[in-house]
Write a protein that binds this ligand. Structure first.
Ligand SMILES: *[C@@H]1O[C@H](CO)[C@@H](O)[C@H](O)[C@H]1NC(C)=O
Length: 198
């Protein structure tokens, strides 16, 4: 099979999610740069790959996701879906706001974080982490005792959280903290973190 092509920079959490899946299953892939500051994601060639004009776009990736979505087992795939939804509704929304304030604004925009927005979203994150803590007490991974896309989807934002001054928020949730530490030790995750920092 020809290598899967992934269009977009590894620093993008959405791209990093795709890359970690490919690494995890040992698939051959080719990363193709998309020049975001120049608006290349809105070019006709890219829109043909992703009609929303966003990164990532990828070709021939369906087979890989099938495995990490646990599609062959209905009860497993239902739990993967639930935790992907929890991620996008709670963890990701709070974390996007926190990392935008604490990393993007000071690093790329020369501004300072708005403490009120940070506090408000740390509150939302803590509420979510209580639910994750209860889950992690019972199961090794989010969807059960098997790794899935639900877990892997959390690593890019967790990677950025660890780079903010608020990494210690995890200390109050020991099972969540060890679940994240375990994720970070996976060889696939280590490789993608290197790409994110490159
Ligand atoms: C499907 O997954 C559930 C939960 O992990 C497991 O108990 C069950 O044995 C699996 N079924 C099959 C057919 O593998």
């Amino acid at each position: 099979m020809a290598p899967v092509k992934v269009f977009g920079p590894a620093k993008s959490t959405a791209v990093a999610r795709v890359l970690v899946c490919l690494e995890e299953v040992g698939a051959e892939y080719e990363q193709v740069g998309v020049h975001i500051p120049a608006g290349e994601q809105k070019s006709p060639a890219h829109l043909a790959r992703n009609p929303f004009g966003q990164v990532p776009a990828f070709q021939d990736g369906d087979l890989i996701l099938f495995d990490l979505l646990k599609e062959s087992n209905l009860s497993q795939s239902a739990m993967v879906d639930v935790w992907l939804e929890v991620e996008s509704q709670t963890f990701d929304t709070a974390m996007s706001a926190i990392t935008f304030q604490c990393l993007t604004i000071p690093t790329f925009m020369g501004g300072i974080a708005d403490d009120k927005i940070v506090e408000e979203n740390l509150g939302k994150l803590k509420k979510a982490l209580e639910v994750y803590e209860a889950r992690s007490c019972r199961f090794r991974y989010l969807a059960g005792d098997f790794i899935s896309l639900a877990d892997l989807s959390h690593f890019p934002m967790a990677h950025y959280l660890l780079a903010t001054p608020h990494a210690s928020v995890l200390d109050a949730y020991p099972h969540v903290k060890s679940w994240i530490n375990d994720l970070m030790k996976r060889p696939a995750v280590k490789r993608v973190r290197e790409l994110m920092e490159a």
